[in-house]
Write a protein that binds this ligand. Structure first.
Ligand code: FE2
Length: 392
């Protein structure tokens, strides 16, 4: 076995009404005046009240930034950092999906180095100081950002998604309250859920995998696939929502240590250049990337090992390792078909308005994405083009 390190220091508070523990979590970290970072939609839908009510009941003063867009950028990160500094805040609450949590990570990182422009901090392990206390409250079950060392931020000028990785970026506390995700519509539930599934699958096949990330990935795949269709069919099913949130968090802890691969390299590039939402990009690309890998002999046998987590009831007796790999690929295509047929989720790039002319630039940028470093095979432009054309 290769030597490895595993890092997951986040305190996890999970379950119905767990947001009532927010004041205690702030007190534990001596936070007197947090900055709540969220988006306008969550305020409009009344979801932000689940966080502001306990703060007000406990007489904790706070400042709010509620303008994080779905595809946050370096400018937003710097604006949030300025608001934090101007108001002399001393802790962070990120309430939202990946864009909100990653924006908050960026702003917290900028503050930790004296308010430097976040654009200058790109790369791995560039942060030397601890972030101020950071509480992440996800409202989608997908990115796992509440426990990961990654922040992905758009550079709108370069039309690229920039990946920042540092153990300093791992939030101190994650609060998973199913009430926050129960109004998420089926299409968004499905695509963000497939993002989480992709984290677990890519972590299991990454060159940086280890026995702990493997164990987490296997469990995450099982719990996500068992609950995703249920949460889409019954958005208010709090058990399914809680399980999905746990699955997403566990997949996050797995890939935060093992990292991701080709699906994310291509997906970041599609996000930066064609503005395809991250989860949707994952859903579109996942089976095609796996088909490519299997047909070229990459990760032989590993995908098959995931089958009993993805489909625990399937009889696999008599199947060879190669049969299982192919069956895993078939099952992933079937999952996409199901969400396409049931909820009208687009499963081709052309349905989302991407043109053939867009593909070469996407392929070129994917080659240089940070996720490409952890993929077994080199992601050349030819490899990327062949996958993108298949997903077109
Ligand atoms: Fe992802």
């Amino acid at each position: 076995m290769k030597p490895f390190e595993f890092h997951c220091p986040t305190k996890i508070i999970c379950g119905k009404e767990s947001l009532h523990k927010l004041p205690d979590a702030l007190e534990e970290h001596s936070v007197k005046k947090p900055l709540l970072v969220t988006d306008g939609n969550l305020v409009k839908l009344g979801i932000a009240k689940h966080v502001t009510d306990p703060l007000e009941e406990a007489n904790i003063p706070y400042v709010t930034y509620d303008k994080v867009p779905p595809d946050s950028s370096l400018d937003v990160v710097n604006e949030v950092a300025k608001l934090y500094r101007d108001n002399e805040c001393d802790g962070w609450i990120a309430l939202g999906g990946g864009s909100v949590i990653d924006t908050t990570k960026g702003a917290a990182a900028s503050i930790s180095v004296g308010g430097k422009d976040f654009a200058t901090l790109q790369g791995a392990e560039i942060l030397k100081n601890q972030l101020d206390p950071f509480i992440a409250i996800p409202t989608t079950a997908g990115t796992g950002s509440e426990v990961t060392l990654v922040a992905v931020i758009a550079d709108t000028q370069a039309q690229a998604k920039l990946s920042y990785t540092s153990y300093r970026l791992v939030p101190h506390v994650a609060i998973l309250d199913p009430a926050l995700t129960s109004s998420l519509p089926p299409r968004l539930t499905a695509t963000t859920g497939i993002d989480a599934l992709t984290h677990a699958i890519e972590a299991y096949t990454s060159i940086q995998k280890n026995p702990i990330s493997d164990a987490l990935a296997l469990y995450a795949i099982k719990i996500i696939n068992q609950n995703l269709a249920k949460a889409c069919a019954e958005p208010g099913d709090l058990d399914a929502r809680t399980n999905l949130a746990i699955g997403s968090l566990i997949a996050g802890a797995s890939f935060s240590n093992a990292m991701v691969g080709v699906v994310h390299a291509l997906g970041h590039s599609l996000g930066g250049l064609c503005h395809i939402p991250h989860g949707h990009a994952m859903m579109l690309l996942l089976p095609h990337c796996i088909r490519y890998n299997i047909s070229h002999g990459y990760h032989a046998g590993l995908y098959g090992e995931l089958l009993s987590s993805l489909c625990p009831d399937k009889d696999l007796t008599g199947l060879t390792a190669s049969d299982k790999d192919h069956l895993f690929e078939t099952e992933l295509f079937a999952i996409n078909e199901f969400y396409h047929n049931t909820y009208g989720v687009a499963i081709t790039l052309s349905e989302l308005g991407v043109t053939k002319e867009d593909l070469p630039a996407v392929a070129k940028q994917a080659r240089y994405d940070g996720a490409a470093l952890y993929n077994e095979q080199e992601i050349t432009e030819e490899v990327a083009m062949s996958i993108l054309e298949a997903a077109f």
